[in-house]
Write a protein that binds this ligand. Structure first.
Ligand SMILES: Cc1ncc(COP(=O)(O)O)c(C=O)c1O
Length: 410
């Protein structure tokens, strides 16, 4: 190959220099935020170092890595932050997953084997139930659902093969609150692992490890991101149970990229202020809805009218922006469907969309056909996520929705 004339003979050729140039900058320059690490290969100075890192990764040592699927500066920073904040003083570790649903399924796969039995709160997030009735059933695991307002009386459902009790409190469509501390105490006495989906409370308002849970599942897509621009989940787990989870995470090859981890780190810095605004605005809108003649009831744990309000007061430090309300009248398909469309469609601030926890308000009629133990008896249920807009504008928007609904129903 001919060297370009402007290169000295003792220098590497341009293709080589393109690979090499600019890679010797000191990466320890202090900045406010952990830099984004975009990586696949992780480099070592020696074979001995490679071997030592491999052993450390195999036992799940903190910050040990051999490859970016295991971890980088950015993902380790997020894992540490989540373990510390969600753990709230209880020694915990955190694993990152590409979505909240992946966090749920991975946690279950880590602790369940063929022949096992699991107790599940009836009002769990729908795709969790699909996983139980699909892949877990195929693997020989039996899921049994219990009343989502239950406490430790579910001990009566425990079998010798019960390995996991899965909680979601409040349920994210129907908002029942379980007596989580009582259930966890009952489970611990029997050696059963307890898991909770802590999407609604978030670490700002809920401390699941104080309640005694073993595993907290954080759909980071929701409030931790807070900006509707990133998908991620985490499993935060008591230190003693970490090896079992970590083995599963490694075998399944689950990991997240540095850019997304950075976005979650950025979101969590403002989580406390955002959550308090979601809380205040949601309770303003919820109280206004209680005064509307079209509304049969509002399902919001912070309202004194909520059936488990006292439990919420005992266990939570606040409430988030997600709640639902039930419309008066029968839930039949024809006229009710047109009324729902009039209420939800064409709103100025409430958009129709799944997920929640971002800065924006959302509206969505609930589909409650999945409930097994506690079939839905009421009227049409609408779920709202109250974003960071001024609540007066949101109320005006809902008022216009009720007017449009009335124009249809007469
Ligand atoms: C209560 C709850 N848990 C888990 C998830 C799953 O999170 P992701 O959307 O990141 O998969 C959702 C999503 O809507 C949810 O509402």
């Amino acid at each position: 190959m001919t060297q370009p004339t402007f290169l000295r003979d003792d220098e590497p050729a341009l293709p080589t220099r393109l690979i090499d140039a600019g890679r010797r900058v000191d990466t320890r320059i202090a900045t406010v935020n952990t830099p984004v690490s975009r990586a696949s290969s992780v480099l070592f100075d020696s074979l001995a170092q490679t071997e030592a890192a491999g052993k450390a990764v195999a036992v799940g040592e903190r910050h040990a890595t051999t490859y970016a699927t295991v971890g980088t500066q950015t993902t380790f920073a997020l894992m540490d932050a989540l373990a510390e904040i969600e753990g709230g003083g209880v020694p915990c570790r955190a694993a990152l997953m590409p979505s909240g649903l992946a966090a749920i399924t991975t946690a279950l796969l880590a602790f369940l084997s063929p022949g096992d039995h699991m107790l599940v709160s009836d009002s769990v997030y729908g795709p969790m139930r699909v996983f139980c009735e699909g892949m877990l059933a195929r693997l020989g695991v039996t899921a049994e659902y219990f009343d989502p307002a239950a406490g430790d009386e579910i001990a009566a459902l425990v079998r010798p093969t019960t390995r996991v009790i899965y909680l979601e409190s409040p349920g994210s469509y129907t908002f029942e609150i379980q007596d989580v501390p009582a259930i966890c105490a009952m489970a611990r006495a029997r050696g059963i692992v307890t898991m909770i989906d802590n999407a609604w409370g978030s670490p700002v308002f809920a401390r699941p490890f104080d309640w005694g849970v073993d595993v907290s599942i954080l759909p980071l897509t929701k409030y931790w991101s807070g900006h509707a621009d990133v998908l991620m989940g985490a499993v935060v787990i008591r230190e003693a149970l970490w090896p079992k989870l970590w083995g599963t995470v490694r075998q399944l090859g689950l990991c997240v990229g540095g850019d997304d981890a950075f976005l979650i780190l950025r979101g969590l810095r403002t989580a406390d202020v955002r959550m308090r605004r979601h809380e205040a605005s949601a309770s303003t809108v919820a109280r206004w809805l209680e005064s509307r003649s079209e509304v049969a009831r509002v399902l919001h744990p912070a309202l004194p009218s909520h059936p488990q309000h006292e439990r919420w007061r005992r266990d939570f430090r606040g409430s988030s922006g997600l709640f639902a309300f039930e419309l008066r009248g029968p839930m039949d398909d024809g006229p009710q469907r047109a009324a729902l469309a009039a209420l939800c469609e064409g709103r100025r601030h409430f958009h129709i969309g799944y997920s929640w926890g971002g800065f924006e308000s959302l509206i969505m009629p609930a589909r409650l056909t999945g409930l097994r133990r506690t079939p839905w008896q009421g009227g049409a249920l609408i779920r709202l996520h109250i974003g960071l807009e001024d609540p007066r504008d949101l109320i005006t928007d809902l008022e216009a929705g009720f007017d449009a609904m009335l124009a249809v129903t007469g």
